[in-house]
Design a binder for this molecule. Structure first.
Ligand code: GLA
Length: 561
């Protein structure tokens, strides 16, 4: 080989090596850009501007779990808690509302004006509200939508406008509206009245629907109708400062994950952190559960006595960021193994999840989590919030041993194994998925027979006069089959009345039938593709003391798993 040929060959080899290197660098660069772009992406869900009034779960402090109606519930203790909220960093962490619960009121005067308990609040509520506002907080108040509060104080039923005017005069930003003293009242009507009055007032008042006392099977189903009247709604009876009671409320709340959206918050109840009935570990799990469920976070303890350790827990910025994530989904239980339960919450940032692994048992438990369970590709970045607050890259699996009642809380970043957000949404409960309508899925008390045997068996829904039944389908169902028929009338003087039944898909009427005495049952078979909300509605031709009975027979909603 001549020198010239050798140089030539060297040149070719170098050029090839250089070219390959360039190609590799190019490919790596493209991959980095693609992943970078992916990680910058975020998810968003469509929102209903009529019902979305709060963009993240409300956060604040409420007097009830701390003081109930004890003598400690008074002007001085509230002011001192307000001071602590500001000075100790709770406000800075996001806790904005300070809410007076039951027992601030004593009676009504002759003209119906609500009277403040002078022993507890000698300077009045307006002064206290000002005290809060001057310190950058928002102010809230409790009342019952019924005739009495749960502690037997005067309720607001029949005084809605008068009470609201008073609250507006006091510059109230938040109303917790309970459901006590409500025998024979109807949730949708009574709460609906408050909604209307608040809308008319044009004040940005948050309405917390505290329907905790279940008077009928329907009243309690707040997750189905809450969004039509309020911003957050309780789903269970009162929490207690006790590990198993806390889990009871969590278990109930977690069933309704698919019903939660931005501005439509299932309220797991106020926090018990700090009240002494649980260990630090249990409070940590409690706070983790409430955070990942996107429940409103209402502190419920005397902040003057909260330990620095628990203060750090409830002001943990990573936990709060998970709770306040703008996608607004409620974490869903994705896995159960023995005493271990894994809750995952998709976050707005693409490929990002909050994960809480809880050991509910009485002995330590080992557990292995694989990213594919979170619907992520195998390589993930695991940012542990507790117990150890460390970050690590995980390939394939994450192994952990969790002490009894403890939890691991983390934010995980990876790449979604499914390209559509839909694949990540919490699934509807079994009742809807299995097809047959049962009481679990019915909405709206008004007009539904409460004790209809067929209804109990899931075979039909009896209605009277004007009724409305709503299903949140989350785009997960394909078909509705049912029939509608007129059944009978009560106190009718003539036979000319009719019941008009209609089906609405996302607000559009797609089917209507006017049923009269003796008319045959009308069959319907409708496609539900791309439907979020299904309403079955009836209207009676008469309202004067006459009751017309009808029936949605064998309604079946087919949904995918
Ligand atoms: C009900 C509510 C509680 C509290 C009390 C006050 O029990 O669920 O949160 O407001 O009433 O009496």
């Amino acid at each position: 080989m001549s020198i010239k040929e050798g140089t030539h060959l060297q040149f070719i080899v170098r050029a090839t090596v250089f070219g390959s290197l360039l190609a590799v660098v190019g490919i790596v660069l493209m991959m980095v850009i693609t992943i970078g772009k992916y990680l910058q992406g975020s998810y968003e869900l469509p929102q209903d501007s009529n019902t979305v009034r709060t963009s993240t779960p409300p956060m604040g402090w409420n007097s009830w779990n701390a003081f109930h109606c004890s003598p400690d519930f008074n002007e001085n203790s509230i002011k001192e808690n307000i001071d602590r909220m500001v000075a100790d960093g709770y406000l800075a962490a996001g806790y904005r509302y300070v809410v007076l619960d039951d027992c601030w009121q004593s009676s009504r005067d002759k003209s119906g004006v609500i009277q403040v308990d002078q022993n507890r609040f000698p300077s009045g509520i307006k002064a206290l509200s000002e005290y809060a506002h001057q310190r950058g907080l928002l102010f809230g108040i409790y009342t019952s939508a019924g005739r009495e509060t749960c502690e037997g104080k005067p309720g607001s039923y029949g005084y809605e406008q008068q009470d609201l005017n008073k609250y507006i005069d006091w510059k109230v930003d938040f109303i917790k509206l309970d459901w006590c003293g409500v025998e024979y009242l109807n949730t949708t009507q009574v709460y609906g009245k408050w909604r209307k009055l608040i809308d008319q007032s044009q004040k940005p008042i948050v309405l917390s629907v505290a329907v905790a006392q279940i008077y009928s099977a329907f009243d309690g189903q707040s997750w189905l109708w809450g969004d039509t009247v309020g911003d957050m709604w309780r789903v269970a009876t009162d929490i207690q400062d006790d590990w198993s009671e806390m889990l009871r409320v969590y278990d109930i709340n977690s069933r309704y994950a698919p019903y939660q959206k931005v501005g439509e918050w299932n309220d797991a109840d106020m926090l018990e952190v700090g009240n002494g009935g649980m260990t630090f570990t249990e409070y940590r799990t409690h706070f983790g559960l409430w955070s990942i469920m996107s429940s409103p976070l209402m502190l419920g303890t005397d902040l003057r006595a909260l330990s620095p350790e628990l203060k750090n827990l409830v002001t943990n910025p990573d936990a709060i960021a998970i709770n306040q994530d703008k996608l607004g989904l409620q974490g869903e239980v994705i896995l159960e193994r023995g005493t271990i339960q894994v809750i995952s919450k998709p976050l707005a940032k693409r490929g990002s999840r909050a994960v809480l692994i809880v050991n509910r048992g009485e002995a330590a438990a080992e557990f292995t989590l694989r990213p594919r369970r979170l619907r992520l590709l195998p390589l993930i970045y695991f940012k542990e919030i507790w117990p150890n607050n460390r970050d690590r890259v995980i390939i394939g699996q994450y192994q952990v041993k969790i002490p009894p009642h403890d939890s691991v809380f983390a934010t995980v970043q990876g790449i979604d194994s499914h390209s559509e957000l839909r694949a990540l949404l919490p699934k509807l409960d079994n009742q809807v998925r299995s097809g047959n309508l049962t009481r679990q899925t019915a909405f709206d008390v008004y007009g539904i027979f409460e004790y209809d045997d067929e209804f109990q068996r899931g075979e039909s829904i009896g209605i009277r006069n004007n009724s409305s039944i709503r299903y949140h389908l989350n785009n997960q169902c394909q078909r509705l089959q049912a029939s509608f028929e007129y059944v009978r009338s009560e106190r009718s003087r003539n036979q000319s009345e009719s019941l008009t039944a209609a089906v609405y898909l996302d607000g559009d009427k797609v089917w209507e039938y006017q049923a009269t005495p003796g008319s045959p049952a009308a069959q319907l078979n409708l496609s539900l593709k791309k439907t979020r909300i299904l309403d079955l509605v009836t209207h009676a031709s008469t309202t004067e003391n006459v009751i017309l009975y009808g029936r949605w027979k064998l309604p079946i909603i087919e949904c995918q798993d």
